[in-house]
Design a protein around this ligand. Structure first.
Ligand code: T4K
Length: 374
């Protein structure tokens, strides 16, 4: 079996084209393309309402949003982060000469393990940065208690968790602030984009100024700032996709259930589970390939690639095994046994609004096939 076209992990969810083009026409009529235009302001208000958070400041992408959050919080020295994450989580720190101190993960949730944090705390530690990996919130209460005990900040890289809740409250409301990515590959996209959500008025004000070069008024600069602004065309995409969220969730959840049925009872293969009592974006179909499976994770990936199914090994091999961290911290892996074991086993499969039930059935059938039948 080989699919006619290539099926990618991360293929975008796209809302109504008509609505999008209508908004883009309005944008051209107004001749206002960026710098806090009408569409950006409308998007920020709608995002804040959706998340139930006081401030949601849009950004040009999630990485710059992380950098601005880190700077606005005044972080320095060392920040404790998981290594099983996209490289941007670590780079946003080192880019500002802050050392990411990699912490091991919890075996079940794949998120930073609060029990492992204390051993990494030093006088230089200024914050913990949790990552809500694959739509599943961190153990937020334990992390907050740890941050409070040590008088340090807590922020979240929530790039994967837009549209998810924790104890009934939307992600975006926790820690000092939470950083979202609206990249094309995310559940909700603005082509490129992101945001910082916070309930802290003072922090929000600082973030707003830093996102626009530090300007406060036309000829007055108050901070070192950068250009983190979202454009109007990205906001047009965001407003359109916001209207499609219920549909996206419905399709993602349906896809998850089809995968769950199709992949059940395969030796050595387990599918990520989500808490059905909470809101979830169901955006990540992650399987763990164990020793009992006839193929290794990499062999399974090769098999799928040969069939035009572009499964991905997110986030192998872990940030600590990529440069410059591999050279700067050559022994980091000794503290990360679970990260290293899990990173060897995870495989992400395609989902999203571009993937239908028949295709998922084909993918599952292909995975079920014994190597001798391929
Ligand atoms: N923190 C976390 C935990 C993150 O996962 C990310 C981003 C960030 C922070 C930073 O946020 P941003 O600054 O990106 O807003 C991709 C994305 O570029 C990246 O946004 C994402 N995480 C990461 C997990 O995936 P690559 O290097 O894997 O991209 P690439 O080009 O290989 O594309 C990914 C897959 O998506 C491929 O299978 C192709 C498919 N794709 C991609 C695009 C852009 C499509 O089908 N259509 C498309 O338009 O990083």
């Amino acid at each position: 079996m080989k699919l006619d076209g290539t099926l990618h992990v991360g293929a975008p969810n796209i809302g109504s084209r008509e609505k999008f083009f209508e908004r883009v026409n309005g944008m051209f009529d107004r001749r206002w393309l960026t710098n806090r235009g009408e569409l950006v302001q409308e998007l920020e208000q709608k995002l804040a309402d959706y998340l139930g958070v006081k401030h949601c400041i849009s950004m040009c992408n999630g990485t710059v949003a992380l950098e601005i959050a880190i700077r606005a919080l005044g972080l320095e020295g060392e920040v404790i982060v998981p290594s099983l994450t996209f490289i941007a989580s670590a780079h946003a720190l080192l880019w500002q000469e802050i050392t990411p101190v990699f912490c091991d993960i919890d075996r079940e949730s794949y998120n930073i393990d609060p029990k492992q944090i204390e051993k990494h705390i030093t006088p230089k530690t200024s914050a913990i940065m949790g990552v809500h990996l694959y739509s599943r919130p961190c153990d937020i209460e334990a992390l907050q208690a740890m941050a409070d005990r040590h008088g340090i900040k807590l922020l979240f890289d929530a790039a994967h968790a837009f549209g998810c809740s924790h104890n009934g409250k939307m992600i975006g409301n926790f820690g000092d602030c939470e950083v979202l990515s609206f990249h094309a590959t995310k559940f909700f996209n603005t082509f490129e984009g992101g945001a910082i959500a916070t309930n802290n008025d003072g922090l929000a004000e600082k973030i707003r100024l830093m996102q626009n070069f530090g300007f406060n008024g036309m000829d007055n600069v108050e901070y070192i700032g950068t250009n983190g602004k979202m454009t109007e065309i990205c906001a047009a995409m965001g407003l359109t996709n916001l209207e499609g969220l219920d549909e996206f969730v419905g399709i993602n959840q349906r896809n998850y259930e089809v995968y769950r049925d199709g992949l059940s009872k395969i030796p050595g293969l387990s599918l990520i589970e989500f808490n059905e009592a909470e809101k979830c974006n169901w955006q990540y179909i992650v399987v763990e390939v164990g020793n009992d499976h006839p193929l290794s994770r990499d062999e399974l990936m090769e098999k799928l690639h040969a069939q035009n199914i572009r499964a991905r090994r997110y986030f192998w091999p872990g940030c600590h095994r990529m440069e410059p961290y591999r050279s700067l911290q050559p022994n980091a892996g000794m503290m990360l046994p679970i990260t290293e074991a899990v990173a060897e086993r995870l495989l992400v499969l395609p989902t999203g609004t571009g993937v239908d039930k028949i295709t998922i059935d084909l993918i599952c059938r292909s995975i079920r096939k014994k190597p001798c039948e391929s």
